[in-house]
Design a protein around this ligand. Structure first.
Ligand SMILES: Nc1ncnc2c1ncn2[C@@H]1O[C@H](COP(=O)(O)OP(=O)(O)O)[C@@H](O)[C@H]1O
Ligand SMILES: [Mg+2]
Length: 316
C-alpha cells in the first residue's frame, strides 16, 4: 500500500524569468509533520500553491493522496485544508460566524456544521472567546481559528503556511501543540517556515529550500549530526584579521565572519580544541593584541545546516 500523502517530482515553476521553484522533489508520508524550511523568497508558498492546485503547474509531477491537483482538483480540494500565510478572516465577525460563513460556502454537510464548529473551537482552545469579534484576538488565536477553518471539512492533509508568523512566543508553543494534537488524530501536515526553531520543534522531517532548490532533506536531528562538527564562535577586539593563518594547523573546517568582530568556526571537537583557540587569539606579543570578548561553543543548529550548504544565514 502506498503510504505517501504527497509526492512532488522534479517540479519547476517560473514567474517570467524568475525560477521560483527549481526541480523540487520530495515525498511526505501520511501522518507526518513535514517542513519546508527556507528564507523569505525561497519558493515555499509557491511550492504549496502548486501542490494544492492554486497555481497551475508548469513542469514536473505532483500527487496528493494519489490524486493530481492539475487533473483531479476536486478530489484534491476535498482531501486538503489550507491555512494561508495571510490570515484572511473576517475581523468584524466572531469565531463562530467566521466558521459558519466558511461552512456555508464550502461544506457539503451543513446540518453537521454547528456541532463540528463547537467541537473545533473547543479543540483549538477558542471556546470561551467564540462570540468575540476576531479583531480582538491575538495573533495566535487568529492562526488557531484559521486552522479550525481549514479543518472544517475534515481534510486529511493540512497545509500551514508560516504557522506562527506574527505570533508571540507563548502563542507559538500553543500553536505547535495544537498542530501535534491534530497529527495525533492522524492528520498529515505540510508546514512552511523560515524559522529554524519552529522547524526543529515541529517537523519530523523537512526539506531545506533555497532559491527554489532543495538543498537538504532529512529529520532535523539527522541534518544537524550529518554536519559532523561543532561550532566555536569567537568575538574579539579588534577583529581577527586573518583567521586561517592564526588558526593554522588546528584542523578546522569552514570559517565565517558572522559580524565584523565575530568568527564562526566549524571544528571536529570543540571541547578538545577551544583552549588552543583562546591561547592563540590572546597570545602576548601578537600584533595587534586581541582582547577576547566572548567565546561560545555550540552544537550545530538548523541555521548552521543552512549556512553550511549555502554560505549564508537563514535570516540574511
Ligand atoms: N505571483 C508571482 N509573480 C511573480 N513572482 C512571484 C509571484 N509569487 C512569488 N513570486 C516570487 O517567487 C519567489 C518565491 O516566492 P514565494 O514562493 O512567495 O517564497 P517564500 O514563500 O519562500 O517566501 C520570490 O522571488 C517571489 O518574489
Ligand atoms: Mg511564503
Amino acid at each position: 500500500m502506498d503510504t505517501s500523502a504527497i509526492i512532488v517530482e522534479s517540479v519547476t515553476h517560473r514567474f517570467g524569468k524568475l525560477v521560483a521553484v527549481d526541480n523540487l522533489s520530495f515525498g511526505v508520508d501520511q501522518g507526518e509533520i513535514f517542513g519546508l524550511l527556507g528564507p523569505n523568497g525561497a519558493g515555499k508558498t509557491t511550492a504549496i500553491n502548486l501542490i494544492t492546485g492554486l497555481l497551475r503547474r508548469q513542469h514536473g509531477a505532483i500527487k496528493v493522496m494519489g490524486f493530481d491537483p492539475l487533473t483531479e482538483p476536486r478530489q484534491v480540494r476535498q482531501l486538503i485544508g489550507y491555512v494561508p500565510q495571510e490570515t484572511n478572516l473576517y475581523a468584524d465577525l466572531n469565531a463562530v460566524d467566521n466558521l459558519l460563513h466558511h461552512a456555508a460556502l464550502y461544506c457539503a454537510d451543513l446540518k453537521a456544521a454547528p456541532g463540528r464548529i463547537e467541537a473545533l473551537l473547543r479543540m483549538m482552545s477558542l471556546g470561551e472567546r467564540r462570540s468575540d469579534p476576531v479583531r480582538t484576538y491575538s495573533g495566535g488565536m487568529k492562526r488557531r481559528l484559521a486552522l479550525a477553518r481549514a479543518l472544517l471539512h475534515e481534510p486529511q492533509v493540512i497545509f500551514f503556511d508560516e504557522p506562527t508568523l506574527g505570533v508571540d512566543v507563548q502563542g507559538r508553543h500553543m500553536l505547535w501543540e495544537h498542530i501535534k494534537a491534530q497529527q495525533a488524530q492522524g492528520k498529515t501536515f505540510i508546514v512552511s517556515t523560515n524559522d529554524m526553531a519552529e522547524a526543529d520543534a515541529l517537523c519530523e522531517r523537512l526539506v531545506i529550500i533555497d532559491h527554489g532548490r532543495a538543498i537538504a532533506l532529512d529529520a532535523p536531528e539527522q541534518l544537524k549530526t550529518a554536519l559532523g562538527r561543532d561550532i566555536i564562535e569567537l568575538r574579539t577586539t579588534p577583529a581577527v584579521e586573518d583567521p586561517a593563518a592564526l588558526f593554522a594547523g588546528l584542523g578546522i573546517g569552514a570559517i565565517t565572519r558572522t559580524t565584523a568582530d565575530q568568527l564562526r568556526i566549524e571544528v571536529q571537537d570543540a571541547e578538545a580544541i577551544v583552549g588552543e583557540f583562546i591561547s592563540r587569539v590572546t597570545a602576548i606579543g601578537h600584533r595587534p593584541q586581541h582582547r577576547l570578548e566572548s567565546v561560545r561553543i555550540a552544537r550545530p543548529s538548523l541555521d548552521d545546516v543552512f549556512l553550511h550548504h549555502t554560505g549564508r544565514g537563514l535570516r540574511e
